[in-house]
Design a protein around this ligand. Sequence first.
Ligand SMILES: Nc1ncnc2c1ncn2[C@@H]1O[C@H](COP(=O)(O)OP(=O)(O)OP(=O)(O)O)[C@@H](O)[C@H]1O
Length: 313
Amino acid sequence: MSGIVEVDGLAKRYDGGFEALKGVDLSIREGEILALLGPNGAGKTTLISTICGITVPTDGAVRVGGHDVVRDFRAARRMIGLVPQEINLEPFEKVRDTVAFSRGLFGAPRDDAKVAAVLEALSLTDKAGSQIKELSGGMKRRVLIAKALSHDPKVLFLDEPTAGVDVELRRGMWEVVAELKRRGVTIILTTHYIEEAEAIADRIAVISKGRILLVEEKDALMARMGRKEMVLELSEPLDALPPALRASGLALGADGSSLRYVYDVHAERTGITRLLSDLQAAGIRVRDVTTRQSSLEEIFTGLVDHDAREAAE
Ligand SMILES: Nc1ncnc2c1ncn2[C@@H]1O[C@H](COP(=O)(O)OP(=O)(O)OP(=O)(O)O)[C@@H](O)[C@H]1O
């Protein structure tokens, strides 16, 4: 089944020779929330603006709802809403008017009920008659989304929707995104905040240096992350692991003063109880125990670092 957005072999070389995208393939499913994670300069904005038909690719193609974004720009663009990172609103304009104006830009006929419905979806009904300058930062961001939704797009792109906002506003924005998904909008968001991807995305794509390194269901990724590492600091260092403990999955640290055990937190049996009694039986005394969970952050950093090392070789 083809996705609502199909990206095939997309490449972008800017004037001056810099290759911002090096053959990106991506299929975005209707109704999903896809988070695009990547370090600065990875190509996130270039990818989004190429999908939106604002940047012209050097190679490859993008189809949105079956329309080629270059050859059939207008039809493709009508299906897309784009929320920029910067707040670029006219301070004296009224909320209702700015949303209605955006709709007009797409050649959509005037439709007050539609504008009212969009404002309602973003909890801006009370502010419809307010001037932009009267709004808080969080409300202004919601107005940007309302403008992007004014022509009823099927796919919404959010470029860093919560960059530089406080935790409370960020959570408010996540609720807005969840509500839009419930209303059937497909959402692609770029973010630097890994916990943001963790909180709201159905799938996660990691991009680095113009290439997609991974696209995976968040739940599958979380299951992969469901591994924990337990470190046992020993009262007395060991020269080697006693034979009775060799099959236990324990690894002795380089200086012999700690043991490491990796287990799956979701497993019915983690093996910890057994391990502790085996240690006691072997006469090994433990001074301290710490556990740590591998996080999406580590998976992400590991992927990007590995990519950087390969590039350097
Ligand atoms: N118009 C341009 N001309 C030349 N190079 C460009 C142009 N626009 C972007 N680049 C370069 O392409 C690379 C990718 O930029 P892009 O903005 O797509 O990255 P990004 O992942 O969105 O980064 P950030 O998270 O910092 O916004 C960067 O190295 C950038 O300097």
